[in-house]
Design a protein around this ligand. Structure first.
Ligand code: NAD
Ligand code: UDP
Length: 313
């Protein structure tokens, strides 16, 4: 059945892939974005599709449209961007959630929240299962993002309990792929752009901290899978690739795949930078029969090719 689907943050990295996948499935897509970190060129190729509509709007303001499903992705995701204006980041997470939950309540629509592994902070349990409450500094530099997303989760479960809104909470772990912004500051885009430009690869700290990287196509498949679950499935559900790598391993892999002769340089570790991160995806495996298929090496090859194209190599 053709559905009308609102994607907030639809011109961003993950959002643009999601819009594309939903259109391919035959749905009508409303892409809402204020272009803070998203780019029009991410969705240019969709503009001619009569079932695609682009709306410039800021999610902190109320918004009304007729839709069957809402994917709420609007929020800067890279530490540099979300710390640029911390108050705005909190408003985007909290007021954005209130506006989208209010809309879902009024429409009796399903609403999916793009939450994050950052709700676990610097985790003391490894890998992280959904029942872990996390270790977050509420007043540190990452708090605007972490606590904003935690508050959004609290809003989602309360709208569900009090008003029976059909919610889905996805806890997304580090995701990468084509259409990441070259100046976005996240580790995968930074290392690839540095390697291609022959600049030093900047490792923060000693490079022994770990992350688990999920390729964007796998993530989009999981988000749609979660949205399609029966109403009693609300999450939170971890979505990510359990393959765990140190930042040194990532740097070495990027150097190998780009054939770059860039040197590695070590810079101070930012405050509250989590030391380890790996999703426990037992719940996603059981509930939506989801498994990420793309190996880091393969995903990096696609991502490197994308950056070569946009940087004219
Ligand atoms: P992104 O920065 O590329 O996309 C976010 C989009 O939201 C951008 O297009 C931006 O312009 C838009 N936006 C920001 N504030 C807005 C506002 N007030 N009103 C309307 N639009 C606004 O980031 P992404 O990696 O695509 O992340 C998408 C979502 O997934 C975010 O909510 C993020 O927190 C979540 N997430 C991503 C990752 C990841 O590794 N990529 C990990 C965990 C969670
Ligand atoms: N990082 C790094 N060099 C960079 C950018 C990031 O070593 O140029 C590190 C960062 O300190 C963190 C990891 O890579 O330990 C992942 O950072 P990213 O900003 O991509 O995501 P997050 O910290 O939100 O997981």
């Amino acid at each position: 059945m053709k559905k009308r689907i609102l994607v907030t943050g639809g011109a961003g990295f993950v959002g643009s892939h999601l819009c594309e996948a939903l259109l391919k499935k035959g749905h009508e897509v409303f892409c809402l974005d204020n272009f803070f970190t998203g780019q029009k060129k991410n969705i240019l190729h969709l503009l001619d599709d009569p079932y695609f509509e682009l709306i410039r709007h800021d999610i902190t303001m109320p918004f009304f449209i007729e839709a069957d499903e809402i994917y709420n992705l609007a929020c800067p995701a890279s530490p540099i961007h979300y710390q640029y204006n911390g108050i705005k980041t909190i408003k985007t997470s909290v007021m954005g959630a209130i506006n989208m939950l209010g809309l879902a309540k009024r429409l009796n629509a399903k609403v999916l929240q793009a939450s994050t592994s950052e709700v676990y902070g610097d985790p003391e349990i490894h890998p992280q299962p959904e029942h872990y409450w996390g270790n977050v500094n509420p007043i540190g530099p990452r708090a605007c993002y972490d606590e904003g997303k935690r508050c959004a989760e609290a809003l989602f479960v309360n709208y569900h309990r009090q008003n029976h809104v059909k919610i889905k909470i996805a806890r997304i772990f580090n995701t990468y792929g084509p259409r990441m912004h070259p100046n976005d500051g996240r580790v995968v885009s930074n290392f690839i752009v540095q390697a291609l430009n022959g600049e030093d690869i900047t490792i923060f700290g000693d490079g022994e901290q770990t992350r688990s990287f999920c390729y964007v196509d796998d993530m989009v498949r999981a988000l749609i899978g979660l949205m399609e679950t029966p109403d009693e499935v609300t999450g939170p559900m971890n979505l990510g690739n359990p393959g765990e790598f140190t930042m040194l391993q990532l740097a070495e892999l990027v150097l190998k795949l780009t054939g770059s002769s860039s040197k590695i340089t070590f810079l101070p570790l930012p405050q509250d930078d989590p030391m380890q991160r790996q999703p426990d995806i037992t719940l996603a495996r059981k509930t939506i029969a989801w498994e990420p298929h793309t190996h880091l090496e393969e995903g990096l090859k696609h991502t490197i090719q994308y950056f070569k194209n946009i940087l004219n190599f």
